[in-house]
Write a protein of this length. Sequence first.
Lengths: 296, 428
Amino acid sequence: MDLFIQRVFDGLANGSAYALIAVALVLIFKATTLINFAQGEMAMLGAFVALQLWYWGVPVWIAVILAMLFSAVLAAGIERTLIRPFDPKDHLPLVIITLGLFLAINAFAGIVWRFDPRQFPEMFPGGNALDIGSRGLSWFAVFTIILTVGVILLLQLLLNKTKIGLAFRAVSSNLESSELVGIKVGSTLQFGWALAAAVGTLGACVYVANPLLSLEPSVMLRVLIFAASAAALGGLDSIWGALVGGLAIGFVQSLLVQYIDFIPSEMSLAAAVVVLLIVLLFKPAGLFGTASVERV
Amino acid sequence: MATKYILAGTQQHRIWKYATWGLFIVVVMLVAFAYVDTGTIDIGDNSYNLSMIRIAKAVSFGVAILGLQCVVGFTGQVALGQSFFVGTGAYITAWLVADHQWPYLLTLVVVVPACFLIGMLLGLPALRIKGLYLALVTLGMAAVFPSIVKLDAISDQTGGSGGKSTAESKLVSPEWATSIFDGIAGVLQAVPLVGQYFGDGDLSEREADRMWKFVLFIIVAAICFWIVNNLVKSRPGRAMRAIRDNETGAAVSGVDLAMTKTLAFGVASALGGVAGTIYVMEVGIASPDDFTQLLAINLIVGLVVGGVGTLSGAVVGGLVVVLIPDWAASTESVAGVPERWLQGPTGSFLLGVMLIFLTFVMPGGIVAGFRKLRARYVQVVPRPPDGSVPAAFAAATAGPATDGEAMLSNESDDELVHTGSDSGSNDE
């Protein structure tokens, strides 16, 4: 029983980090119907920037916020220079560009920070919030979940109560019509990318701040797959769906794989891919997404 | 130099085509003999390795990229998981060779059908999943492969996380082949001036084995290219291209979408399996970390940098994907670049940047760029299905060959897709 509770908490903590990256994927997908394969790597780069700032003596939270700003500016630049010139309906060039970014950013981080794992500073107080038997709910898990829900609430406020949020929703609902009513589509999409990169960076920081994990250039390779499954499960255009999906994938990883004997523990990634496959095959809109209707 | 025009399907065109491919093979073999052992080129303070290990790897990746050409380039399905099949082929070969003492080449009898079936099976979901979603799922598949082969349940067959070594059974050059290689090397060494570049005396045992392997790889790869070349020119190949260009249109014209797509996936996976076999033959070990999603992405880089939808693009792509990281790793000093930048994964960085750059300036890849250049000197004019001589060709050859250029599109130069119009296109 103790072990079970422990795993529930682990699942929640990991799931929240997946949810944050999934939210980043969803934001870009909502705006441009593009899946950004480089999202995980951009987030990893942001986490490294935060770490570097912390090495230079900046307090950890300020470092994370500065890194989020840096990622936002970088992503806005990437959108303007590399993504906008291409037709959003033609997928192959965009996949190739994001894969190119994936390789380049991954290698860049490898060149600058090398491949040895580095401990990320603690963002939350250590110790346990709640002791149950020999196990406990760590403050890390509690704060991660609160932070994730808080970020998503803020995003909802931003999208629903501000002018730029309204423009963003208009663009994601109908690009051509919003252009006709005078919304600057380009800068709105740029805003979406910046927002996504900032949220993704926060997600990566939270993920590697887990005392059990450390930061290295390849840390997000797997997380991207988990986050993509989470986003697909929740519905690729639903932000709350990303939270639910992220937690669900976290639970799949920590519970199902541990308790069902015939699934060996190395298969958590495979389990995520299978979830992704099943969702896309049988309910492409996910749990909360808008079903797309196509005229043929 | 004035542009030279050649009519497709004529004797002249055939000579031109085979001469260029023949020249390519001769150059490959000359390079092979020159660099069979210590292939290094010194530029500045850096020495670059060109030895056969690299070239053999390039052949393997070239075949894998050829598979991607079938499914991405010709059928238009954005499937990124080729490393999964390369890994499958590599592991089947390693298992059969190490545990069952099969000869290397014989394992292809198992690898090709097995990968073909697995590919068709995994291609089935692709009938429903499209575009970016397919890219996502296939990338996920590629990411899962290492954890599958590390499973405890099959670690006896796969060797777990250490990998499966086939070091015990070596590929040895037979007597007759060795003597032929020695003969060729002797002839090349006798050539004045350049003879010194081909070493001296007979090839050592190691060199002969390496040369033998290389010849085998080239033959296997050539068979693969020949099969795919025929496939894309045949009826299923045209169906594949119809799906790529307009799926609804293809279905309306009677193309069986499900059948053709699964066939494309099957062929692509089988080629991936062959690539895996070649890889194990050269490297001597199949280890899980060689077949991650980074390999999958690298193969996509090769596809795009070489040229999507061209067969020669697969050759170029294989060379680029292997040689650039390798050369980047052996570059130790470049003026103006801090040393730190040259250690570490500089090659991957260059590949990523190159991928983005080429997507902007040369969307057709290196092959398209080369064809554009070549089109300034030689143009192949396709013949209409009725067999008449096209007016543009007549005008260009009759008058001064300067205004003709504008009338002839570069696309007609796509030798691998449009050739044989005198016999192939009007047979239905």
